[in-house]
Write a new protein. Structure first.
Length: 275
């Protein structure tokens, strides 16, 4: 069996996934599509709704094979469930096994306490666009993680979209405040833009269609462009035109920027409290 020690194939022989909710399911679909593992063992009390010869579903850890030695164990349970779930998987902790956690608020120190200081642990924060392969995940590793294991973690999370690394686990709360929670801010932007259109006299259905597709299209343009977001904004804004009139409100000293800064700070602080 290949181990993550810099040798062997890029594909994992045995990958263990603990928790297969929305994010776990999105990852599994990406792993299956990318042929990331020979076998994926998924521990999930509920039905998966997925069928693949490489996917082996069990409802609790006791049903896993006694001789299972996964190269990677992915912890995708809800943060509040981690204290109950973690002890069942400490038996896999060892120099050849990577633990990859996507549980918000559960720090590297917390995971090391539950798995042992020698455990190789990577913590990742994905976001909900992972469901369509358009997310972004920020990763941080503890000192026990090898370069090969870092690459393995990055490759697995790329099934959900883009990846980036930080070296300070303390920054993960800020990451959560920006990208982890960020999709909700964008969805709320759609809601508020549609409501503003309705208030200006548009039929509610048309206002929502316009707001939704404007955000979708602008996001796609921002993703494809080489220009900065500021440059894209300037290109849309004619001096003394309609867009400028709106931006004069949004960019006022009490406009969107201080409000967004306050919102991200609140999310960051809440993440620290939950940890």
């Amino acid at each position: 069996m290949a181990r993550l020690d810099g040798t062997g194939s890029d594909r994992v022989s045995d990958l263990l996934l603990v928790g297969c909710g929305r994010m776990g399911s999105a990852l599994v679909k990406g792993w299956l599509a990318g042929n990331a593992a020979d076998r994926i063992w998924a521990v999930e009390p509920a039905d998966l709704g997925l069928a693949d010869a490489r996917l082996h579903h069990v409802r609790d850890a006791a049903q896993l094979p006694a001789d299972l030695a996964p190269e990677v164990t992915v912890l995708a349970v809800k943060p509040q469930m981690m204290p109950e779930a973690l002890p069942a998987y400490g038996r896999f902790a060892g120099p050849g096994t990577l633990f990859l956690s996507i549980a918000a608020g559960r720090t590297l120190a917390y995971l090391e306490q539950g798995l042992g200081a020698a455990a190789a642990v990577v913590r990742a924060m994905p976001n909900t666009p992972a469901a369509i392969g358009q997310g972004i995940s920020v990763l941080v590793a503890n000192a026990a993680v090898t370069p090969a294991q870092r690459k393995r973690a990055e490759t697995l999370m790329q099934a959900a979209g883009q990846t980036a690394w930080i070296e300070d686990d303390g920054l993960m709360d800020a990451v959560t405040g920006v990208s982890g929670s960020g999709p909700a801010y964008v969805f709320y932007l759609i809601e508020t833009l549609a409501e503003a259109g309705r208030a200006a006299g548009l039929p509610a259905e048309l206002a929502m269609q316009l707001a939704r597709q404007t955000v979708v299209g602008a996001g796609a343009l921002a993703g494809a462009a080489t220009e900065s977001a500021a440059d894209l904004r300037i290109a849309v804004t004619s001096p003394k035109g309609t867009t400028q009139a709106a931006l004069d409100v949004l960019m006022a000293p009490d406009g969107l920027q201080p409000l967004m800064t306050k919102a991200v700070a609140a999310a960051t602080q809440r993440g620290r409290e939950l940890a």
